[in-house]
Write a protein that binds this ligand. Structure first.
Ligand code: SAH
Ligand code: SF4
Length: 347
């Protein structure tokens, strides 16, 4: 059985030929998959019953098996999938008031980089996902949305895993999102923990895809304590790569700042961050920490955040405090933890 989502248009034409079907069936099938976005061969109404039977024998739509799902009070949907080798991954769909529908997808099962505050980091590394496995998470949301007359508009690589640690598959998945689901590059964001060489490589790709860098701390000792990867690519090297990205692409770079009470929400820390970023074409997204079981930190409090933001503004650094989504179901990006769901929610 072939997973059709792994096939490009040429591969699909070959499959159709081996099934003894007319060549135009390949185009019909492609349209059903990616334009009309149906999830079953039976729904492909211009195919004969015989064709549908052959397709059911030879092919399937996707490899992700839904293991659990949860819906938050704010409309955020979280899905847990089991892969054929039993690895578990999660993805999240976040509807916004302005009709945007953003999918947050995983690039790896688990993560090798061990950021202490991150639920995925706390689980350790399972394996890299294939491009099709990354793509399929968005495809499923696109399919579900199409069934209710809606469209997936944005994708962020902020689920489980480090997309730049699985660089080629992530970039291939980006290409699939653009060419198959018609999602514009500007509506796709890759978030990285700060792998400097891959940031440079990404800058050289000539893509309009947005880049977010998880910074969270502006001094090396404390950043290394939170994010062990900082020992390998400390802040100066990371910032060099970020400046290279901005110069090369002329694009703004986003920095992610998970605001942790008493840890990185002080005026002194805002000043350090302000000095680090002053003059760079960038934006800081400040997101109060989602507490996780394996880390004692708590989300920053509103009054501290206000002081933090005010002092950052003095350096001319643009920043926004983001609302946490799906808090009640632990669906915050970077906060996905299959291990817990696995025990509690899968029946
Ligand atoms: N590995 C990539 C992308 C996945 S994590 C990266 O680290 O950027 C997506 C975002 O969620 C990152 O900015 C990450 O630092 C953040 N994050 C992880 N755990 C978090 C938590 N408990 N609370 C708030 N943000 C968190
Ligand atoms: Fe991995 Fe990103 Fe989590 Fe760090 S924050 S452990 S890089 S998923």
């Amino acid at each position: 059985m072939i997973n059709l989502y792994t096939l490009n248009q040429g591969d699909l034409a070959e499959l159709i030929a081996t099934l003894d079907e007319k060549p135009f069936r390949a185009k019909q099938l492609w349209d059903w998959l990616y334009d009309k976005r149906v999830g079953r061969f039976e729904a492909m109404t211009n195919l004969s019953r015989a064709t549908i039977h052959k397709l059911n024998e030879a092919a399937r739509l996707g490899d992700l098996e839904l293991a659990a799902q949860q819906v938050s009070k704010d409309g955020t949907e979280k899905r847990l999938y089991r892969l054929p080798d039993s690895q578990l991954i999660e993805s999240v769909l976040m509807p916004y008031d302005d009709d945007r529908q953003t999918a947050c997808i995983s690039s790896q099962a688990g993560c090798a980089l061990g950021c202490v505050f991150c639920a995925t980091g706390q689980m350790g590394f399972g394996r890299h996902l294939s491009a099709a496995e990354i793509f399929e998470q968005a495809m499923i949301f696109a399919r579900d949305l199409a069934a209710r007359g809606e469209r997936l508009s944005n994708v962020v690589f902020m689920g489980m895993g480090e997309p730049f640690h699985n660089y080629d598959a992530s970039l291939t998945a980006v290409d699939m999102l653009m060419s198959r689901l018609g999602i514009g590059a500007r509506h796709i964001t890759i978030s990285t923990v700060g792998l400097a060489p891959q940031i440079r490589r990404f800058a050289d790709e000539g893509l309009q895809v947005k880049l977010a860098v998880s910074l969270h701390k502006a001094d090396d000792a404390k950043r290394s304590a939170l994010m062990p990867v900082n020992r390998r690519w400390p802040i100066a090297e990371l910032m060099d790569a970020c400046r290279y990205y901005v110069e090369r692409t002329k694009r703004r770079i986003t920095f992610e700042w998970a605001a942790i009470a008493g840890e990185n929400d002080t005026v002194a820390e805002a000043q350090r961050l302000g000095r680090l970023l002053a003059g760079l074409h960038c934006h800081v997204n400040v997101i109060p920490l989602n507490p996780t079981g394996g880390y004692a930190g708590r989300p920053a409090h509103a009054p501290d955040l206000e002081r933090f933001m005010a002092s950052l503004r003095q350096y001319g650094v643009k920043a926004t405090v983001r609302v946490r989504r799906g808090i009640d179901i632990d669906a915050g990006c970077g906060q996905l933890k299959t291990a817990v769901i696995d025990a509690d929610a899968i029946r």
